[in-house]
Design a protein around this ligand. Structure first.
Ligand code: PMP
Length: 376
């Protein structure tokens, strides 16, 4: 099998799974219980939280565990809007966000908030002048992803924060860092709120986190009991938290070295397939190498993906969460409908091997020419 859909999700690494199993088997107590079994579990949980906060140089209280980045995005955007309804009604997002952010925006609009979509240039970079112009006294929050999930465009998060704060110091800055974490260095101090998810970094599915700077106030979306976190009441999923901490520790090692390796794989693929007639490479100078998006002009992406699957090679169509739809990111960057409905996403990881890429390319070329000839 050759798995090239790492941006949709990753397999759980063995060490992470082991941490999960150990925490499940040996720590049965509820961390909210007062007895010794509860205390033992709570101690384990607290040490995992401490490890994560040390990795990002943040306070333990600035972390909230969620079920994944979708929930973190909801918590950040809706929570910020509910907390600031008296002073504002305006939200700004980019045109390169994950579909979950647009669904949240639809909801916010339906309850009376105004949403603005900030422009980007033809390389996918946020248009800073447009951002400045769109920020007003009523702007509660700006949400711009650190790395786009379809074309991999990376934004200068720190600079965006400076622009926002200069225009309106009260406007919050949230960044969906789900596609950035484990691939490029991230700094939570560049933002007020950030979302990430464990299953993109060889961690388990079902856990993510929201970073919230301690000065920032947002309203909870769910209510219940449990003292550990006011935004996320209930019994914390300790084995998932422990596994997430382990996945993060492993993900943040040798980032630059790993990125360089992935870059070489990416260049190898581009060099080989860019010359094929009818293929467009959707990559800008800001794209990270882990995400390689292409458009096929004559073959339907689903047909191609299933043909590759016959050889146990697994690719993605735009994002796993919006399969089959028009790619909003391709539209935002290239403004080309045809290009936007025919995308395939090849996503790489530092565990991808050169041999896998060679075999992938052989298969790609053979299937592409076969399917293309059927179209004549
Ligand atoms: N944001 C981005 C940028 C993503 O790539 C994804 C996953 N496709 C999500 C949010 C949603 O993450 P989760 O599946 O953990 O809810």
């Amino acid at each position: 099998m050759i798995y090239l859909d790492y941006s949709a999700t990753t397999p759980v690494s063995y060490d992470v799974l082991e941490s999960y199993l150990r925490a499940t088997k040996d720590f049965i107590g509820n961390p909210n219980s007062l007895h010794s079994l509860g205390v033992k579990t709570k101690t384990l949980m607290n040490s995992a939280i401490k490890q994560i906060s040390d990795l990002f140089n943040i306070l333990e209280s600035e972390l909230t565990f969620t079920s994944g980045a979708t929930e973190s995005n909801n918590m950040a955007l809706i929570g910020a809007c509910l907390a600031n309804m008296k002073t504002g009604n305006h939200v700004i997002v980019s045109k390169l966000e994950h579909p979950s952010v647009y669904k949240i925006c639809e909801y916010l609009e339906s309850i009376g908030f105004e949403i603005s979509y900030v422009n980007n240039d033809s390389e996918g970079l946020i248009d800073f002048d447009d951002l400045r112009e769109k920020i007003k006294p009523e702007t509660i929050i700006v949400s711009i992803c650190a790395v786009n999930s379809e074309v991999g465009v990376r934004q200068p998060v720190k600079m965006i924060r400076q622009i926002i704060k200069k225009e309106n110091p009260n406007t919050l800055f949230h960044s969906d860092m789900t596609q950035a974490i484990g691939k490029i260095p991230v700094n939570f101090h560049d933002v007020d709120l950030a979302s990430i998810s464990a299953h993109k970094i060889f961690g388990p599915k079902g856990i993510g986190l929201l970073y919230k700077n301690s000065r920032v106030k947002i309203n909870p979306l769910i209510y219940g009991s449990g003292k550990s976190n006011e935004l996320k009441p209930g019994t914390p999923p300790v084995p998932l938290i422990v596994a997430f901490a382990k996945a993060l520790r492993l993900a943040l090692v040798d980032i630059d070295k790993r990125e360089n390796f992935v870059k070489r794989l990416n260049e190898k693929i581009v060099m080989d397939i860019a010359k094929l007639d009818g293929i467009k490479i959707n990559q800008t100078k800001y794209s990270i190498p882990h995400i390689l998006n292409i458009s096929l002009s004559r073959i339907r992406p689903e047909t191609f993906i299933h043909a590759m699957e016959e050889y146990e090679i697994y690719l993605g169509t735009n994002t796993a969460c919006s399969s089959g739809d028009l790619s909003t990111s391709i539209m935002a960057i290239y403004n080309d409908r045809k290009r936007a409905i025919s995308t395939i996403r090849i996503s790489l990881s530092y565990i991808t091997t050169t041999d896998e890429i060679n075999r992938f390319l052989n298969c790609f070329n053979a299937i592409y020419s076969k399917l293309n000839s059927l179209m004549d």
